[in-house]
Design a protein around this ligand. Structure first.
Ligand code: NDP
Length: 329
């Protein structure tokens, strides 16, 4: 039996998601890795409990997270049922569809057929009647944008999602999609881009669009999958994502250049009284257009460390300039 900490709301920061009524915890947990059917359930459960005890209210999924695809939603569904039965209204749960999920022409991309059936499958796996946020996971170059946005509107009208969001959309497509949704009477709540000290594309137009449209933003892979932590300073540890089975980070991605840059960034972090992971998260949160950073974690201790990023979110102009120069900006 799980009893959440009574102090859970004492230290977390909650930030308004664009011009909406919804606030998100400044740190959110994503279940792309470490929550699949092949991962140790007790560890996944411990991470979710730890997050909630530290004030993290937002949990992010997608239809295809696992492996196998769908199993992260099943894992979280079981945790919800066993541990969070009376706590659903304290949680913001999101899921997505947009990548390949089942065979044939209806299990991928952005058709109405795919999005609506995929969300029905997700709700079944999660064991809940609605999610708080449903995202289109990536733009579809073939399906008319009107059809995809109309499907998102239907999903809201059906009560299967309270809000909708977009992920991996360009600045231009975000603007178009947001105007279309507004025209259909539904506001686009949030955008989920990849954003970290190593990946700064959202600074080239997307962040401006989000401000104009009054949308929030949640940055995925803010630690560059672990590269923006001290974990690879002395080689590739056995229990790291780069050494493991993930196809998304292989040992070749841990280049000497990247490690060198991280070590230099770590010196600034130390001066700020932070670990590199903490500074990397604070840096992403420095711009108010970013509502939340979406971290992954393989151990509860990482959540504990990362949440402490909130103890120092301020950067001096000099620190920012030094960081930019290390990053070659
Ligand atoms: P991060 O960049 O936060 O990387 C997380 C990984 O870094 C952890 O699993 C762990 O890896 C390592 N780590 C975390 N904290 C520490 C620490 N304090 N010290 C050392 N190592 C640490 O995020 P992810 O890449 O995992 O992405 C986060 C979420 O973003 C996903 O779960 C998903 O919800 C979302 N996402 C969305 C996408 C989209 O297209 N919309 C695409 C990708 C992700 P290790 O196993 O090595 O310990």
């Amino acid at each position: 039996m799980y009893t959440p900490e009574s102090t859970r709301y004492d230290n977390m920061v909650y930030r308004r998601c664009g011009k909406s009524g919804l606030k998100l915890s400044a740190i959110s947990l994503g279940m792309w890795h470490n929550f699949g059917g092949y991962d140790r359930f007790e560890n996944s459960r411990a991470i979710v409990r730890k997050c909630f005890d530290l004030g993290i209210t937002h949990f992010d999924l997608a239809n295809n997270y696992g492996p196998p695809a769908g199993s992260a939603e099943e894992t979280f569904g079981k945790i919800l049922k066993d541990d969070f039965a009376g706590l659903r209204d304290e949680l913001v749960i999101s899921t997505k569809a947009g990548y390949g999920m089942w065979p044939g022409p209806y299990g991928d991309w952005g058709s109405r057929k795919y999005l609506i059936s995929s969300l029905d499958q997700s709700l079944n796996r999660l064991g809940i009647p609605y999610v708080d946020i449903f995202y289109h996971h990536r733009p579809d170059p073939e399906t008319p944008l009107e059809e995809t946005m109309d499907a998102l509107v239907s999903i809201v009208r059906q009560g299967k999602a309270l809000y909708v969001g977009l992920s991996n959309y360009s600045a231009e497509d975000t603007k178009k999609a947001s105007s279309m949704l507004k025209g259909m009477g539904v506001k686009c709540l949030i955008h989920q881009p990849k954003y970290s000290m190593f990946v700064r594309n959202p600074e080239n137009g997307l962040q401006e669009v989000l401000e104009e449209e009054g949308m929030g933003s949640i940055a995925f892979s803010p630690l560059a999958q672990g590269l923006l932590t001290n974990k690879y300073f002395n080689g590739i540890p056995e229990d790291s994502r780069a050494a493991g089975k993930s196809v998304f980070l292989n040992p070749e991605a841990v280049t000497p250049d990247k490690v060198e840059i991280s070590k230099k960034l770590n010196e600034i972090a130390a001066e700020r009284g932070q670990s590199l992971a903490q500074m990397a998260l604070a840096w992403v949160l420095r711009n108010p257009v970013t509502t939340s950073v979406l971290i992954g974690a393989s151990k509860t201790i990482q959540v504990e460390e990362n949440v402490k990023a909130l103890n120092n979110l301020e950067f001096t102009a000099e620190e920012l300039t030094r960081i930019d120069s290390i990053l070659g900006k």
